[in-house]
Design a binder for this molecule. Sequence first.
Ligand code: ADP
Ligand code: MG
Ligand code: MG
Length: 239
Amino acid sequence: AELLRLEGVHTHIGQYHILQGVDLVVPEGELTMLLGRNGAGKTTTLRTIMGMWRASAGELGLAGTDLRPLATPDIARLGVGYVPENMGVFAALTVRENMLLAARDGAMDESRLEWIFSLFPALKKFWGLPAGNLSGGQKQMLSIARAMIEPRRLILIDEPSKGLAPAIVDALIEAMRELKRTATTILMVEQNFRMAQALGDGVAVMDDGRVVHAGRMAELAADPALQARLLGLSLGAHQ
Ligand code: ADP
Ligand code: MG
Ligand code: MG
């Protein structure tokens, strides 16, 4: 079943017409990768889904609920989590306290916390340390882990691999694979094709404020000519 559907979504930011008719379907229980060059409109799409930018036209629905009239907190209350690019952590608070802040009503399900820590062994190891002491990759993992402390119907994640060393990207892929086993629905923006290939079930590619390709990730991964045309990746040369 489809969980999220965007049909002909337009978004203006000030005088700029950024999203110019985005069509996108995110099936329940899948990880859908949103790819595209810098400036294609990926982040704007996530922010429009979250109600942080208002869609000026089109349809935006979560399991039949029209999201367009709703404010961001109401969309979050429907079970949509958002991990922005370079979200950051509360440096002076411990890893555990950072998790607690993300828990509804300040009450944390300890067995769920244990499960999340099992996905991110480094966070488990350093749970009592100030988050400011973590490495960049560990901070990124903490920002993703925070979005998981409450069960979500849909998690939007913007470029989690950005700025991470390749070894950390591997650890992130492993953690995201575990998250996928819980059948959480995820819409993830990426520029790292290795990450996209490892995790994507479906894929949508944006260019110039529109989705210009939608299909299965495995098919795009197997088609270097299509990658070159859609993403400008050089034939067979991506990492
Ligand atoms: P992506 O995430 O795919 O790199 P974005 O959604 O961030 O792309 O940006 C899409 C386009 O919208 C870009 O041309 C960008 O310059 C523009 N844009 C994004 N945010 C703003 C803003 N706050 N004000 C004006 N233009 C913006
Ligand atoms: Mg960008
Ligand atoms: Mg972006």
